[in-house]
Design a protein around this ligand. Structure first.
Ligand SMILES: Cc1cc2nc3c(=O)[nH]c(=O)nc-3n(C[C@H](O)[C@H](O)[C@H](O)COP(=O)(O)OP(=O)(O)OC[C@H]3O[C@@H](n4cnc5c(N)ncnc54)[C@H](O)[C@@H]3O)c2cc1C
Length: 370
């Protein structure tokens, strides 16, 4: 199992034969040739054993998780509400996800047994009244034991309005949830989780999304969302804000530049085309290329963007502290082994200026043809 390196030092083969344990761990049996060789690290699958299905039914009731989607994805809050529903569900309870918008995610992995998609929902318009009516229609059609919403933004508004309209007992601002206890932001004590709490609004972080099982992952078309006239509300549509003036903590897409970026105007041009906010590493700020308010990291801002594009940033631990809550990190760096590559979901080994120019051209073409 050992070989000699070019300098004559004995080296243990890191890809020697191994077996996968039922928990999905790769285990080397010393002295044994049994098992399979690991693939090259760049091609490695992570050896995850398939998870069991939580329940195959038959279902006598359901828990419905309601969420709005943006660009076809679920927010972290919605994922947590879905995980909570799956954790609380009995074998006879179906976990149903009701989606306002389009959705491209693997719902089985997130714990959903069935997804109802209302694709005709238009996020550019105020449709709170219609959304509540849609949920009341679902309530009449399904045996729903519980309704779960993320307690943030549009999901939180809809959850409150639905609870008031349906007059179901509600618990808002849930910060901790287990199979039999619940704690809200207003109370330091845990309460027993009552079966009568029909609507729950969960704050971010209340539940972990790591589930030991999967859902059935079926998809169905939802009943239509009928327009509801609301005489007291005039809908002016959505006006896109200027990402450059948006607080970095609020930004959903961030283009961040580090010491490996020399063409600062190109960073701003790319951010403008993508509709992204601009952030920077401390070295780039100390150097005067960006202002102090744009610094991300331990001594700068902590951001939670859906996508963070780190250009010419090495990924020092102080910088990584500021991006720990970002969902997708894309690194552009000449050095494929820079620490940022370990945090990134995708690393492009390329010169920063060349890649920014190509990406900017591509995004502009895409916008022109859209
Ligand atoms: C107490 C303390 C607090 C700190 N707080 C923060 C903080 O809040 N935020 C922060 O960011 N840092 C902070 N730092 C600094 C941190 O340790 C790093 O020094 C800093 O993050 C490095 O910035 P950088 O990655 O931009 O630069 P570098 O470390 O110089 O890395 C530049 C990267 O760009 C790549 N590169 C070079 N040329 C190109 C090219 N043409 N195309 C593509 N890639 C290229 C290189 O391969 C390299 O990976 C702190 C340090 C201390 C001690």
């Amino acid at each position: 199992m050992t070989s000699l390196s070019p300098t004559g030092v004995p080296r243990i083969d890191p890809r020697r034969p191994a077996i996968l344990t039922p928990a999905g761990l790769r285990r080397i049996v010393l002295g044994s040739l049994e098992g399979v060789r690991a693939q090259h690290p760049l091609q490695a699958n992570h050896g995850e054993a398939p998870k069991p299905v939580r329940s195959t039914g038959p279902f006598s009731q359901c828990t419905v998780v309601v969420t709005h989607t943006e660009r076809g994805g679920l927010s972290d809050g919605a994922r947590q509400a879905l995980a909570a529903a799956a954790i609380l569900a009995s074998p006879h309870t179906e976990v149903v996800l009701a989606v306002l918008g389009t959705c491209h995610e693997d719902m089985a992995a997130l714990g959903a047994d069935r997804t109802l998609i209302a694709e005709q929902f238009d996020p550019a318009h105020y449709q709170l009244g219609a959304s509540v009516q849609w949920l009341l229609g679902l309530q009449a059609a399904m045996r729903t034991a519980q309704w779960l919403f993320a307690d943030s933004e549009a999901d939180g508004d809809l959850g409150r309005r639905f609870a008031v309209t349906s007059q179901l007992p509600v618990r808002c601002a849930v910060v901790e949830l287990t199979a039999d206890a619940v704690r809200t932001a207003a109370s330091p004590l845990h309460d027993a989780l009552s079966a009568h709490t029909a609507v729950m609004l969960l704050r971010k972080g209340a539940v972990s999304t790591k589930l030991p099982f999967v859902g059935l992952g079926q998809r169905a078309t939802a009943p239509a969302l009928e327009p509801v006239a609301d005489a007291q509300i005039q809908d002016l549509g959505v006006q896109p804000g200027n990402p450059e003036s948006l607080a970095l903590e609020e930004a959903d897409l961030i283009v961040a530049a580090g010491n490996g970026v020399n063409d600062v105007p190109l960073v701003h041009a790319l951010a403008k085309t993508l509709g992204a906010a601009v952030g920077a590493s401390r070295v780039a700020v100390d150097d005067g290329r960006f202002h102090r308010g744009q610094q991300i990291g331990a001594t700068g801002k902590t951001v939670s963007a859906s996508a963070y594009i780190a250009i010419g940033i090495s990924g020092a631990v102080q910088h990584l502290q500021g991006i720990k809550d970002c969902r997708h990190v894309i690194a552009i760096n000449l050095d494929g082994s820079a620490p940022i590559a370990r945090r990134a979901n995708l690393t492009v080994v390329e010169d920063s200026s060349a890649l920014m120019q190509a990406l900017n051209d591509l995004a502009r073409q895409h916008k022109e043809h859209a």
